[in-house]
Write a protein that binds this ligand. Structure first.
Ligand code: UD1
Ligand code: UDP
Length: 358
């Protein structure tokens, strides 16, 4: 069996095309869930919307400080691997679930496949950076989205036969489900924003939400910029951000229209029709590029430099309304005819062509 270890929202979305393609091909495939995300709107919703089979095993680890969370995941995954005996373990991305899945498999002598290998922000304050580097070092197959990552791996002396450039499964997922969303989602009507200018905001990185000063400053700057632009800010609030807003007593200005975390179809529908996307999400920087919506990334760096190179995305970290407004105006004024660098939506097939004969 090819075991797909995953634990968070973006992993479910980006692994889905591989799981579904493997099932179409009659490959033996099973999802092993770490339980890092567990609230229905961060987890079950996506299994349901993307028609994924239930996990063959679930570690039910939940939220803990990183060391304990990774330790518990490894312990339970070791037991699960012992029982299921997968021939390959695939992980996607850079979360704690990814590191735990890769390390537990490696220690059980099961070869590891890393989807979205070779991404680097060079920002070691991000919890994800160590997860990326360590997972790449112990993987047998490294599936890079573009040549940028293959070159980076080469610089790190990871240049063996297992490295390949296959695109990103976010293209497979977002192109397919954006069409479905067009017919099925009525989120714009539900939020009463049909034909009204709005920006879509998602924000959950510790660098934006964990410190009260930063959270207060960036939300005030977003509100000021949107008010000057005459836009609403539609903001599906990640649980980490929701608890930070409450804990720090930060209230949001009048431009904000907040919602619970949304299902994939609603999120894609909102994203496709937004004037601009404001985000610190990795996956949404890619998706906005694929869906041809200009993106302003509220970070100092990105592990997705292709989006900057093709012109779909710009970095903006300063928390002041005037410069943020300028960055948003600049992106909205650009033609959205940039090249999509993340492939043609056949990444899951390419991955399975390789893993299928492994
Ligand atoms: C994690 C990943 C991050 C990824 C993000 C996707 C790591 C280090 N971080 O960040 O790379 O971009 O997922 O969304 O792996 N919580 C809930 N319900 C849930 C899950 C979490 O309420 O289903 C709350 C808990 O209070 C928890 C907090 O959110 O403490 C943070 O969750 P955690 O999984 O630790 O990190 P994320 O910020 O979600
Ligand atoms: N997403 C979603 N609902 C939301 C917010 C995000 O379906 O309310 C999707 C989004 O379309 C993208 C993925 O979740 O495909 C990104 O996940 P997230 O931002 O949580 O993590 P990251 O990509 O930063 O690791």
């Amino acid at each position: 069996m090819i075991a797909i270890v995953l634990g968070t929202r973006p992993e479910i979305i980006k692994c889905a095309p591989v799981v579904l393609e493997a099932m179409r091909r009659g490959e033996s495939v099973g999802i092993i869930h770490t339980g890092q995300h567990y609230s229905p709107e961060m987890d079950a919703t996506f299994f349901h919307e993307l028609n994924l089979p239930a996990p063959v095993a679930h570690a039910h680890v939940g939220s803990h400080p990183a060391g304990k969370q990774i330790g518990l995941m490894m312990q339970r995954l070791a037991e699960i691997f012992d029982e299921i005996k997968p021939r390959v373990v695939m992980v996607e991305g850079d979360t704690n679930s990814v590191l735990a899945g890769a390390l537990a498999a490696y220690k059980a002598d099961i070869p590891v496949a890393h989807l979205e290998a070779g991404l680097r922000s060079d920002d070691w304050a991000m919890p994800e950076e160590a997860n990326r580097v360590l997972t790449d070092r112990i993987s047998k197959w490294l599936f890079c989205p573009t040549e940028v990552q293959r070159e980076r791996l080469r610089q790190e002396a990871i240049a063996h036969d297992g490295v390949s450039v296959v695109g990103n499964t976010i293209v497979d997922a977002s192109l397919h489900y954006a069409k479905v969303a067009y017919d099925k989602s009525d989120i714009a009507e539900r939020l009463k924003i049909t034909n009204r200018p709005y920006a879509l905001l998602t924000m959950h990185r510790p660098s934006n939400v964990d410190e009260p000063e930063r959270l207060r400053a960036i939300t005030a700057a977003l509100d000021a910029a949107a008010s000057r632009l005459g836009q609403r800010i539609v903001f599906p609030v990640h649980p980490r951000t929701r608890s930070a807003l409450e804990r720090h007593g930060v209230t949001l200005g009048g431009a904000f229209l907040t919602t619970e975390p949304l299902g994939y179809l609603d999120l894609l529908r909102l994203q496709s029709s937004a004037d601009v996307v404001l985000t610190d999400s990795g996956g949404i920087q890619e998706e906005a590029c694929v869906l041809r919506v200009p993106c302003v990334t509220l970070r100092e760096n990105t592990e997705r430099p292709e989006t900057l190179h093709v012109g779909s995305n710009v970095l903006h970290f300063a928390a002041d309304g005037a410069s943020l407004e300028q960055a948003i105006r600049m992106m909205m004024a650009k033609p959205n005819d940039w090249r999509n660098p993340f492939g043609d939506g056949t990444t899951s097939s390419r991955v399975l062509d390789i893993l299928g004969r492994a």
